[in-house]
Design a protein around this ligand. Sequence first.
Ligand SMILES: Nc1ccn([C@@H]2O[C@H](COP(=O)(O)OP(=O)(O)OP(=O)(O)O)[C@@H](O)[C@H]2O)c(=O)n1
Ligand SMILES: [Mg+2]
Length: 413
Amino acid sequence: MKTYLVGGAVRDALLTLPVKDRDYLVVGATPEQLLSQGYQSVGKDFPVFLHPQTKQEYALARTERKQGQGYTGFACYFAPDVTLEQDLMRRDLTINAMAQDEQSGEIFDPYGGEDDLQQRILRHVSPAFVEDPLRVLRVARFYTRFYPLGFKVAAETKLLMQQLVEQGEMQHLTAERVWQETARALSEQTPAPYFELLHEVGALAVLMPELDKLWGIPNPPKWHPEIDTGVHCMLVLAQSALLSDRIDVRFAALCHDLGKGETPVEQWPAHHGHEMLGLPLIENLCQRLRVPNDCKELALLASQYHQQIHKAQELRSVTVQKLFDGIDLWRRPERLELLLTCCIADLRGRTGFEEALYPQADYLRGLAKAARGVDIKALVAQGFVGEAMKEAVKKARLDAISTTKRELQQTAS
Ligand SMILES: Nc1ccn([C@@H]2O[C@H](COP(=O)(O)OP(=O)(O)OP(=O)(O)O)[C@@H](O)[C@H]2O)c(=O)n1
Ligand SMILES: [Mg+2]
């Protein structure tokens, strides 16, 4: 029996990146042998074991054959006669199909993974790539993760991704897997290439048609020199990632303009009312992919309010108050900052606007601070109760907004 370090740990070490999780491979052993040596069986679908001391994961070498459609149609073959080469062959990318002998440290690289690492290429290992549709998303995720290092996807690998899409395999992925990969991609340093590649190979049209549709829809060149709405959304996502690590902010930035897909063609390049038109699309997308609530809620607010926030200084005091009510500033004060971040990303996600300032942010922060500063205890002390109290709070907040608005506009002029 021999054990090897495989997959991401070997890849990341060769890239001199920090190694997070380590996957091991066991060749020439049976499950009984491992159990008798104190390994613990943990695999549900595949023979995977925990090392008795280190508790790291050790998988038995295996081959896989796909039998039906979808993610469950696998037949898994494992036996002591499955070789290292055979196990590495069933893996997704050459850079993930290298193994390092645990004892000698020697690297086994039968499919040219180290070459591809050096040339910065994501390339499938073998035609067995198409046996797992999740790999379309994995390749996009690795592309987005290694994008800052200059990685590209091999043309022949893109063809296989397209083939999986055309065969209808994307429909068989569960919502959980799709969101899991998407959330991981959203948390990478540069998340946009994930969506760009999925768009290019046709997978986005299946998984997120609301987003995919935006490519080819124009915006007014005066505000959007990049013109194309899909391109704009990718730029906004990229800018949001420069401003925040949070997935909810990045997801909201990604979805803020979905409503533009609903504009009647005769109205292009204007998009009147896209803020509200986006809401049911976001609801649908989030329900379909089981997107967590924090992401969904922020995306809905970003869609609904981004145009108003852009025009902050022109808004009347009552409208500002409605905006604050709408985002529930009173109980969720942190939301204003998150939405402002989305709006800054929206502005900067336009060609030539990458460094643009956003005075709307400080302006609204000032009004929010004043409105939240209303002394509720003082109103209680004045004897207000029930509806009258509600009205009094509302009026006091409106007064605070109006007063601060005048002050801020005087200092600005
Ligand atoms: N659908 C999949 C999932 C995994 N693998 C193989 O299993 C290894 C381990 O999978 P995983 O831990 O998901 O990926 P890593 O490459 O280790 O990357 P990460 O840094 O994200 O863990 C991969 O390298 C790849 O060889 C595969 O071929 N196809
Ligand atoms: Mg791993």
